[in-house]
Design a protein around this ligand. Structure first.
Ligand code: HAM
Length: 420
């Protein structure tokens, strides 16, 4: 037989898995809707040039790209933000700002698969266009906390670590590193946090980062509090006020215990320009649960006018690992309201009519499609979580009634179809 397994790093979703996925996506949607975000979508296939950013990002080396039959270089999207930017640019002046949009796209990255990293994942994206100040970031963080609370998680389970790329920018400015090197340096610094320094030394030299500069960067990234930052930085940088402002808003939103300052958060994507954040579990030590930040200058890289923007991406993999680890996943069982069953084939017509009437009333109704024994019927009802079995039997039907067994209470009765 041919190999039936899905490709490495990809998943099949059996009905059991879909119940979990729909539950998770339901919470993604609910949390975004509570904050009045609107849902959008875009094609999974995009032009490759949308992701060619030349800053040395991991993501550009992981594209599922190919030439289509028309000779165009295309790729499965590795992330949603460039597609979102494309949509925003299409709207141009017709777009009412702020635009608060969310989406749950499947994204493809040719990654080395590890715990929490796959070659496809679904990624909840929540973004705000048109707000330059940190009230936007505060809103995103509040969406995240609302979502975590919906799942029954608390600040003892995870934290959102926040920093701001302007911090690194100030340090680089003071060391004379030119502006155009900022994005590639950020990407490299993000790797510096994950790989040994020797592994990326060559790339650092190519960017003109001397040992002194790298030492200074590492020193800055190890700062643990805003006060420490205040003391170390010789000038009073606007970024400190910005960060303090964001934490103040966090307090006013009642989410302060979820938030912490962490200078080592830089993020590995080139386009971030300001606030950056990632959520991590406490204690289990999984990979980042989600990540995001401000990207005020992405639109001009596509030739459009910039609009201030920030957002986050939240995968469907690490959060489920965490919930499993903490035993917080609910039990997912199929749920049907009524199982309708004709006693014999000549009663199939009435059975179908009764099933239709119940469905019109919004009930989930399964109709037994073949001639089955009563034992099978009750086993089937039990396996599918049915609340009632409705049997269309000859004697009862001749009196205009059906036999009903309520599986929650065990009660049995004869009822007219109207009384169902
Ligand atoms: P990212 O950090 O590359 O950011 O991905 C965001 C989240 O997607 C990660 O924290 C993780 O939950 C999930 N994720 C990424 N790659 C994988 C993978 N291979 N397997 C499983 N989960 C994964 C972005 O993609 C940005 N575009 C997010 C963003 C939106 N920034 C602003 N708006």
């Amino acid at each position: 037989m041919m190999n039936l397994a899905p490709l490495r790093g990809t998943r099949d979703f059996f009905p059991d898995d879909m119940r979990l996925r729909n539950w998770l996506f339901g919470h993604f949607r609910d949390a975004a809707r509570k904050f009045a975000f609107e849902e959008y979508d875009a094609p999974i296939l995009e032009l490759e040039e949308l992701y060619i950013r030349k800053a040395g990002e991991e993501i550009t080396g992981q594209l599922y790209n190919f030439e289509d039959k028309g000779g165009r270089r295309v790729t499965l999207r590795p992330e949603m933000t460039p597609s979102l930017a494309r949509l925003i640019l299409q709207k141009g002046g017709a777009l009412t700002l702020p635009a608060k949009w969310f989406s749950i796209p499947q994204c493809w990255r040719y990654e080395r698969t590890t715990r929490g990293r796959r070659r496809e994942h679904y990624q909840w994206n929540v973004d705000i266009f048109g707000v330059p100040g940190v009230t936007a970031e505060a809103e995103l963080l509040a969406v995240l906390v609302t979502f975590f609370r919906q799942l029954g998680l608390g600040p003892q389970d995870l934290e959102i670590r926040i920093s701001n790329r302007k911090l690194l920018q100030s340090v680089l400015d003071s060391l004379g590193v030119p502006d155009e090197k900022f994005a590639p340096v950020c990407v490299l610094v993000d790797k510096l946090e994950k790989l040994p320094r020797e592994a990326i030394e060559q790339d650092m030299q190519a960017l003109g980062l001397t040992d002194t500069i790298v030492d200074r960067i590492i020193e800055t990234l190890s700062l643990k509090s805003l006060d420490e930052l205040d003391n170390v930085l010789s000038e009073k940088y606007e970024v400190i006020d910005e960060l303090r402002g964001l934490f103040r808003l966090g307090e006013q939103y009642g989410i302060a215990d979820w938030l912490s300052f962490d200078a080592s958060i830089v993020r590995g994507l080139a386009y971030y320009t300001g606030t950056v954040f990632e959520a991590f579990d406490r204690g289990v030590n999984l990979r980042a649960i989600c990540g995001g930040g401000r990207y005020d200058r992405l639109l001009s890289t596509f030739g459009g006018n910039d609009i201030p923007a920030c957002g986050f991406g939240f995968g469907d993999v690490v959060i489920v690992e965490l919930l499993k680890e903490k035993n917080r996943l609910p039990e997912f069982t199929p749920e049907i309201d009524d199982l309708v069953c004709p006693f014999s084939e000549d009663l199939r017509g009435p059975a179908m009519q009764i099933a239709s009437r119940l469905r019109e009333q919004g009930r989930v109704v399964d109709l037994v499609l073949e001639d089955k024994k009563i034992k099978w019927i009750f086993k089937h009802a039990d396996r599918n979580g049915a609340s009632r079995v409705i049997l269309i039997a000859p004697d009862e039907w001749s009196r205009g009634e059906v036999r009903v067994k309520n599986l929650k209470t065990g009660e049995e009765s004869n009822l007219s179809p109207d009384a169902l």
